[in-house]
Design a protein around this ligand. Sequence first.
Ligand SMILES: C[S@@+](CC[C@H](N)C(=O)[O-])C[C@H]1O[C@@H](n2cnc3c(N)ncnc32)[C@H](O)[C@@H]1O
Length: 251
Amino acid sequence: MGEKNIEYKSKQILEYYRSNRRTWDEFYPSERWVFQKIADEKGLLGDVLDVGCACGGLGAALSCKFPLNSYTGIDINKDAIDWASRETRLQIPTRFTAGDIVCCASKEEYDVVASLSCVDWNIKTKDIISACWERVRPGGYFVSSLRLTSEKGVNNIKKSFQYVNFSGEEEDPEVANYVVFNVKEAMSALSELDPAPTLIGAYGYWGSPSPTAVTLYDKLIFSVFYIKKGTEKPYPHEMAAELRLPLEAFL
Ligand SMILES: C[S@@+](CC[C@H](N)C(=O)[O-])C[C@H]1O[C@@H](n2cnc3c(N)ncnc32)[C@H](O)[C@@H]1O
């Protein structure tokens, strides 16, 4: 059992995401590169589930750029979902749910399950990853950003965390877990997903931790993974890797 995921309550999630990360250009180069790659391969992104969608900015950004059949967002922060539900920019079927993806009853499957800055921003990281993977349709992709290090990783909110209120000066501030994976451990955890992926790809580069984060590292690799599910059961045993990550991460 252990600890539960944090149900983020800070008003700052709504404050920040209702006016940031809402257009394609506001997403990181690594994020844009991965979605472009999937769209190039598949021709369209199809049905998209956004886990930790906040105010749904990714749906609006993707649908201006690529053909989508539908966009579904889930977020543990109710205020963000209430705001997102009033979104009018999307011209495709759209649905928003407030809740924790780990406890979500719907097991509907999607062509792309995206989770940007979410799996490594809460407590039950591996359960969030498994919940996302479970909802990927055969032949579809799980897209997730992960912070990487070549050193020992951390998943301990007492040692590595981020102020959710983005200033760090408020009394009794809410904090998020700031999980960092060792590169090889991340690869190993992803390769053990069930069913096993047929492809694990990643694009990432060195950067400095957010100024609102308190963590053990001076620099990290900010990466976005794209993990493909096989098209048929039994799923094939072969797994390919396409890693555009700094080489020193593996040394
Ligand atoms: C750092 S924000 C990123 C928002 C958005 N994905 C983006 O990249 O612009 C992380 C979001 O994930 C949500 N979240 C964290 N854990 C979650 C969980 N277990 N299920 C659903 N949402 C979660 C938080 O409430 C927050 O809105």
